[in-house]
Design a protein around this ligand. Structure first.
Ligand code: FAD
Length: 476
């Protein structure tokens, strides 16, 4: 079917949808107001991992003596060069996307899209440019932005969003991080490795308080953060903050106390050079003119779709972060939804499944998961079993000097069906792909245990924990 498709936003959702629609024969226009690659490439996945790698190299150098390697002279971070390296990587990837769009004949328009009266789609370019864009089907992939709250107004210097902190000129001596979710914990890891004194403030009772993260993983990570001298203040919120000559002063206390004028005995004043606020994301739907369409929004402004990624308007699909946290806000989810939306916009009938989406958190040690947590499995009525193997029992982990962590399987004891896998440890974010495949293809723990894993590798922990779950442990 030949159709005109407009895609709004060129993050991992938008550019993937544009390429797939073009491959399916559509005439595709991709409208992006900023850089190709969206948050993922410019402010999220790739830049953070580039900076985390620099921080890891620094830590490895500092620990070199443990490996029998003597470093003469001092080892120190150079923030400007780290940022430069990160920017180079981002630029290379942006060029890659531009080439891909060109190769598939996608026309890329730089501008801001919005709907106007009668549902007309308009692209605004420069100061005054305003061009209508005709399309039979529209895929909205405009993503999200750091959530800003009036109590902590971003100033880019002392009160920072995750966007700001990626380009700060100097490593802060001390850093308060508000929010112990994925973004907060990754930056805590990065800046602690770079030498900042980090204090993480989290309102709930654990770090990574996400439904998809097994409580055991949170415990292990918190223990390891403590060893690295990252202070985790749980059940605590920032009640107020104000700039000082040297940085920022924040009054913290239990979540219930709400204001800085509450009982002083429960409050503490923190001083730091900067404060990162990573308490969530807000949808980029505010000035999109969706009120001129039949697209439905929830009470926070996230777009509502069904599992075919169709909105309330039959010509408009939505994918990625703009669908909000009730879906999963990850780049690979946006990309998977993109393929579904592109097919369906062109007459397909696909549905998106969320049951086997892996989650990866790039802390030290890394955390990764797929499928149900132990608590979720029990809530769903499974009489499940949970089995755990410690990373320190693996020869490869000992050789690498990275022994913190564990692998945990959740399985149905009667059938051996694998229900969930939860990893904390070195390269957990790579190892989880095997577990995702196992869950997707309905593998039992026996199947996983009987799969020959190469030695010596970290992947052996998967066979080890699966063997334990099937009642035939290999060691121990
Ligand atoms: P986005 O990437 O947000 O792209 C939306 C695009 O739309 C933007 O380029 C924006 O400029 C454009 N746009 C907005 N409005 C308009 C308009 N009106 N007209 C035209 N263009 C518009 N996910 C992972 O899977 N792994 C990770 O390791 C990871 N790390 C992260 C680290 C950080 C610090 C952050 C903030 C996020 C991270 N994420 C990670 C999440 C990931 O970045 C997002 O899930 C992903 O980028 C969402 O893709 P998207 O295509 O939906 O939207």
């Amino acid at each position: 079917m030949s159709r005109k498709v407009a895609v709004l936003g060129a993050g991992p959702g938008g550019y993937m949808a544009a390429v797939r629609a073009a491959r399916l024969g559509a005439e595709v226009t991709l409208v992006e107001e900023g850089n190709l690659g969206g948050v993922c490439l410019n402010w999220g996945c790739i830049p953070t991992k580039a900076m985390l790698t620099s921080a890891e190299v620094l830590e490895k150098c500092r620990e070199a003596a443990q490996f029998g390697v003597e470093i003469q002279g001092s080892v120190s971070p150079d923030m400007a060069r780290m940022v430069e390296r990160k920017d180079r990587i981002v630029q290379t990837q942006i060029k890659g996307i531009a080439g891909l769009l060109k190769q598939h004949g996608v026309s890329h328009v730089q501008g801001r899209a919005s709907f106007e009266q009668g549902g007309e789609l308009i692209v605004h370019t420069g100061e005054v440019g305003r061009e209508p864009l005709e399309a039979d089907r529209i895929i909205v992939a405009v993503g999200s932005s750091p959530l800003s709250v009036p109590a902590f107004p971003f100033d880019g210097r002392r009160i920072l969003s995750s966007d700001h902190i990626l380009s700060i000129p100097e490593i802060p001596e001390s850093l308060i991080i508000v929010g112990g979710g994925v973004v907060g914990c990754e930056f805590a890891t990065m800046f602690s490795r770079l030498g900042s004194k980090v204090t993480l403030v989290e309102a709930l009772d654990r770090v990574l308080p996400l439904p998809s993260v097994d409580e055991d993983c949170s415990k292990v990570l918190q223990r390891e953060m403590k060893k690295k001298k990252i202070a985790c203040l749980l059940n605590t919120t920032v009640l107020s903050c104000q700039p000082t000559e040297k940085g920022i002063e924040a009054v913290v206390g239990p979540p219930g106390s709400r204001s800085a004028s509450g009982p002083k005995s429960q409050q503490e004043t923190l001083q730091a050079q900067a404060m990162l606020v990573s308490i969530g994301r807000a949808p980029n739907t505010r000035d999109l003119g969706l009120e001129w369409t039949d697209v439905g929004l929830d009470d926070k402004g996230w777009i509502i779709t069904d599992e075919s990624m169709q909105t309330g308007d039959e010509t408009i699909f939505a994918i990625g972060d703009v669908c909000g946290p009730s879906r999963i806000m990850l780049a690979h989810v946006a990309a998977a939804e993109a393929l579904i939306a592109a097919e369906n916009a062109l007459g397909g009938n696909l549905v998106m499944g969320y049951d086997t989406v892996p989650g990866c958190i790039f802390t030290a040690p890394e955390v990764a998961n797929v499928g149900l947590t132990e608590a979720q499995a029990r809530d769903k009525g499974f009489d499940c079993r949970a089995d755990t193997v410690q990373v320190r029992t693996m020869g490869k982990a000992q050789a690498m000097g990275e022994i913190a962590g564990q692998a945990k399987t959740i399985s149905d004891p009667a059938s051996g069906r694998l229900l969930g896998v939860h990893l904390v440890g070195p390269h957990a974010t790579e190892l989880i792909a095997e577990a995702a495949l196992a869950l997707k293809t309905g593998c039992s723990v026996q199947d996983l245990a009987e799969t020959i894993h190469p030695h010596p590798t970290l992947s052996e922990i998967m066979a080890e924990v699966a063997a334990k779950a099937s009642g035939r442990p290999l060691h121990g």
